[in-house]
Design a protein around this ligand. Structure first.
Ligand code: AP5
Ligand code: MG
Length: 214
């Protein structure tokens, strides 16, 4: 059983490796970004609160995000391990997570930092396409689907995320550098920080994670 956080800039590959590791480890994949996008599609109260922030590339307020994660951790599957993808993203969220885990007697095995040079990020993000049904992530050049616009795995249509434009990516990167990067020191101080080179291909990223022996 593994319980980890994937920490990294937009486009570093968190979603790509999380979807593969969750099947390998048979653990829950908790992506706050995916949860918000689903809430927006379903027009829920959380979706309405989150939509404007996501569109503009800024972070959804901590109290909204923490509540969503607290509720997710009330489900029993997290006891079998989890991969947190895109949460926490601020010191306040990290402190809240520590409390949630303590309340549930759960422990983190590690925080994996995906190191990627910023020069690769815009291309990765603007070329991303994801399956509207199963969430599989593609890239027009790096990981194209066999058939244009169609998911190899389930045959559904692929979508281009609204926040995946060059303009919004700049703001997402600033939010990462200002608010999320301080978590590197936070988790290093907790002796939980592990790092991988995320500039290579996804198979190699998975190989590096396996070597961490989480
Ligand atoms: P979220 O959905 O979490 O987006 P993000 O952190 O910006 O990260 P991405 O999903 O863009 O990138 P990724 O690292 O998952 O990369 P991927 O594997 O897809 O959040 C979206 C928004 O929601 C935020 O801006 C915020 O508003 C809100 N939000 C979410 N969580 C929040 C929180 N905790 N607090 C507050 N607000 C929150 O890969 C990207 C592309 O690159 C793909 O096309 C992929 O095919 C390609 N690729 C990946 N790896 C490789 C590789 N090794 N080689 C070549 N290509 C690769
Ligand atoms: Mg993602």
């Amino acid at each position: 059983m593994s319980s980890v956080i994937l920490l990294g800039a937009p486009g570093s590959g968190k979603g790509t490796i999380a979807t593969r590791l969750k099947s390998e480890w048979e653990v829950a994949h908790i992506s706050t970004g995916d949860m918000f996008r689903e809430a927006i599609a379903n027009k829920t109260a959380v979706g309405q609160k989150a939509e404007g922030y996501i569109k503009s590339g800024s972070l959804v307020p901590d109290e909204v995000t923490i509540e969503v994660v607290r509720e997710r951790f009330s489900k029993p599957d997290v006891k079998n391990g989890f991969i947190l993808d895109g949460f926490p993203r601020t010191i306040k969220q990290a402190e809240a997570l520590n409390n949630i885990l303590a309340e549930q007697s759960l422990e983190l095995d590690g925080v994996v930092l995906l190191n990627v040079p910023s020069s690769l990020i815009v291309d990765r993000i603007t070329g991303r396409r994801s399956c509207t049904k199963c969430g599989t992530i593609y890239h027009l050049k790096n990981m194209p689907p066999k058939q244009d616009g169609i998911c190899d795995k389930c045959g559904s249509g692929l979508m281009h995320r609204k926040d995946d434009t060059e303009e919004v990516v700049k703001d997402r990167l600033s939010a990462y550098n200002d608010l999320t990067a301080p978590l590197i020191e936070f988790y290093r101080n907790m002796d939980l920080l592990l790092e991988i080179d995320a500039s290579t291909n996804p198979d190699d990223m998975i190989r590096q994670v396996r070597e961490l022996d989480l």
